[in-house]
Every structure is written in C-alpha cells, then in structure tokens.
Design a protein around this ligand. Structure first.
Ligand SMILES: *Cc1c(COP(=O)(O)O)cnc(C)c1O
Length: 412
C-alpha cells in the first residue's frame, strides 16, 4: 500500500482521538446528555454514573483513589490549580523575613508551569528556577540543595515535552515528603505512556491531559492526594462547588467519559506501544545520526520517553528543514513569539547555543506510527539536510577544517 502523506510525527503537541474513545463519548452528547449535578432524576444519575466510572479509570491508571481526581479543562488548568492553589493554601512567611514562601521549579518546565510560578513570584513568593544540566535531567540532589526552611512547594515535570527526558520524580517526591513540602508534577507527557503510581512515586499533585493520550482536547485531571498528607488547595474557579469545591462548573461529561476511556486503553496498551515506539525512535535517531555528520540527539541518552526524539542538525535552519520536508509534521526548536523566531528556551536552558537550538527538530511518534513512516522520514530528512548543506558556505568552511567560532566577522 502506498504511504499516505503527510505523516504526523508531532504527538507531543497533540494526539488524534482514538476511535474507541470517540465511540464511548458519542452517547453523552445526545441521548445521555444529563447534568451530573441534577440529583433528582435519572438523566442526572446516568451522567453521574458515567463520570464516576471515568474517575475510576483515571485513578486506576495512576494508582490513585477516585476521590483524589479533580476534572479540569486540561493540563494548563491542572497546573494552575495545583501551583497557585497550593501556594495560597500553604503560604508562610519565613522566620524573621517577609515574603510568602519559597517554591522550586525548573527552567525547562512547560509554560503552563513557568507562568503560574512567575505570577506567584510577582505576588510575593520566592521562586527558584533550577538550571537543568546539559542532559536535561533534574536529579533529587539538585532539588535538595535548593530547599530552604520556607520551601512550601516543589513542581518538577515528570518528562519533558521537547526532549523527552525523565526527571528523578519518585526521588524528588521522597525528599519532599521527608520535609513536609508539597510535591507537584506535570505528568502530561508521562502518564499513559509509562507506569505511574502516585503512592509508590511519592506524588501529592499530578497533572494530566486528555489530548496527549489519545483522548479529546479540553479535558484533563489533577490528582490531589487525600492522605499522608491530605493536600488542600485554594480554588481558582468558584461557583457551584463541583469537584469537592476545587473546580466549580458543570462537568464536561462527554470529555470526561473520553478521558476515562483513553486512560483505560492506555492502561492495557502502553507497555506494548512503548516497546514498539522505543524501537522505532531508536531506529530514527540511529539512522539519521549515522548518515549525517554534525548532528546530535538532545537530552540524556537513556532517561528519555520512548516516543520523543529531539535532534539538532548543525549548519541547517530548523525552519528551512521543515519547509524542505513538509510531508512530515514535526516541530522545530524555535518558537514563534510575537512574530519573531526565538530559539527554544528549553534547549537554551540545557546550554545549547542559539544556532543549534534553531537547527533542531522534535519528532514525536504515536500509537499509529508505522515503521514505513519512520523509514520515509529518515530518508526525507537525511536528503533535505544534505541538500541544504550543499548551499551553506559555513558548512563548506567547517568541512575544510576552519574553526568557525574563531572567525571575526566583518561588520560587528
Ligand atoms: C501539552 C502540555 C501541557 C498543556 O496541556 P493542555 O491540556 O493542552 O492545557 C502542559 N504541560 C506539558 C508538559 C504538555 O506537554
């Protein structure tokens, strides 16, 4: 069968909704449309039963109790609720000092963690943004060294969305628990791909999102630990008191049913998917790096998710490379911020220079990625890089052994 183009290799941005998930959701738009808050008739009970079942499915995937799941609109909201809600609940002025308490996070977190932390910093909290090491992995030692008397919250993502690196989350959680510090993890890229158990892994607050795990967009969840310790949060949205007062608003029943179904499928299939994707990702990385000089895979060699490969191609612009292989949907190491092209702050935080960051592509594979697609991508990317380099005077100079870092350019 002919290969269908374009090929989607951007599953870290979003995933297609699994047909089994769509099928489970459909009745809840039409004949089963009730409001789970309607306690006095069967339409309401039916919707409530569906939400309860989904709550159980989400809880099972992460080893939680269903009472510990709060449904939200996605990971951005879950992160905001967790970080701002915990900071406001547990704020404390350090002895002899002013300020509302200390928070630890890292520079290569998702914006949905960084921006709530920056907001809190404006509002009087003290925030430490840890600089990741070159391999991208935050280790518990680094977190420990940053902890203070007045540290109230640590937020470290489980796996990074740009480079796929896996932080020392269970170890960081243990450290927090020893000291009575609340531990939040943005597990958006991790959950549903890798085994998760909030008890074993010492998590107090965990964010997850439907559309990153073959569920629908606009729905997610926050795990909020109920015992040892019982975590309390100040709500961000007040109103009807749904979700035990932590998140008011009529529940998105079809979305929640879809999220539950996506979790149930992930529970059953993640191991098989993960093994297959790891093999394909390794093939992609190895074939590309063996056929091209001056290119590198970013992030720790082993501590990485099976499905994400981030590769820098020296002497090639990521954007030009993407244009040269339009049949493959990937993302570049550049972010469009207000009309200018900024190198990725994640890659920069690892100490990767602007040039190399601009020359990076993220390939993220998914449940329906085939070997044939990977083979096509390898051949396409290698060909495009070679062609672009033929046009690059800098690459010529590099090949001739001229050290480009030592050249003094005219006009500067
Ligand atoms: C996608 C993503 C988010 C945002 O999730 P939404 O559900 O789209 O709000 C947050 N954190 C990480 C790590 C992500 O990959």
């Amino acid at each position: 069968m002919a290969l269908k183009l374009p090929i989607y290799m951007d599953h870290a941005a979003t995933t297609p909704t699994d047909a089994r998930v769509v099928e489970a959701m459909l009745p809840y738009f039409t004949e089963r449309f009730g409001n789970p808050g309607s306690r006095n008739h069967s339409f309401g009970w039916d919707a409530e039963n569906a939400v309860d079942a989904a709550r159980e499915q989400v809880a099972t995937l992460i080893g939680a109790n269903e009472k510990e799941i709060v449904f939200t609109s996605g990971s951005t909201e879950s992160n905001n609720l967790a970080i701002k809600g915990a900071a406001e609940m547990y704020e404390k002025a350090p002895a002899g000092r002013t300020g509302r308490g200390h928070i630890i996070t890292a520079q290569h977190e998702h914006k949905a963690v960084l921006d709530p932390c920056k907001r809190l910093a404006k509002d009087g909290f003290d925030v430490t943004f840890l600089e990741p090491p070159r391999d991208g992995v935050i280790r518990s030692e680094q977190v420990k060294a940053a902890m203070r008397e007045d540290t109230i919250l640590v937020s470290i993502m489980w796996a990074n969305n740009e480079i796929g690196t896996i932080n020392e989350v269970p170890e960081i959680g243990a450290l927090c628990h020893e000291r009575g510090i609340i531990f939040h993890t943005d597990a958006t890229q991790w959950v549903g791909k890798m085994p998760t158990n909030v008890e074993r892994d010492n998590i107090d607050l965990l964010s997850l999102s439907g559309h990153k795990i073959y569920g629908p967009k606009g729905v997610g969840a926050l795990f909020v630990r109920r015992r040892k310790p019982r975590v309390r949060l100040v709500a961000a949205i007040d109103g009807g008191g749904q979700e035990r007062g932590m998140r008011s608003g009529t529940l998105n029943v079809p979305g929640i049913v879809g999220l539950g179904k996506a979790c149930e499928i992930a529970m059953r299939e993640m191991e098989r998917d993960g093994e297959r994707l790891l093999r394909l990702r390794r093939k992609l990385e190895q074939s590309i790096t063996s056929q091209l000089d001056t290119c590198q895979v970013n992030g720790h060699a082993e501590r990485r998710l099976p499905q994400i490969a981030n590769i820098s191609f020296g002497f090639v612009e990521g954007e030009s490379l993407m244009m040269a292989c339009k049949e493959i949907a990937v993302s570049s190491g550049s972010a469009c911020t207000s009309a200018s092209l900024e190198p990725s702050y994640v890659l920069k935080s690892l100490g990767i220079g602007d040039d190399l960051a601009h020359s990076s592509l993220r390939f993220s594979l998914g449940r329906w990625t085939t070997e044939e697609q990977v083979d096509y991508a390898i051949q396409k990317v290698v060909g495009a890089v070679k062609k672009l380099r033929e046009l690059s005077p800098l690459y010529d100079m590099h090949r001739e052994g001229i050290d480009l870092s030592k050249i003094e350019w005219a006009g500067h």
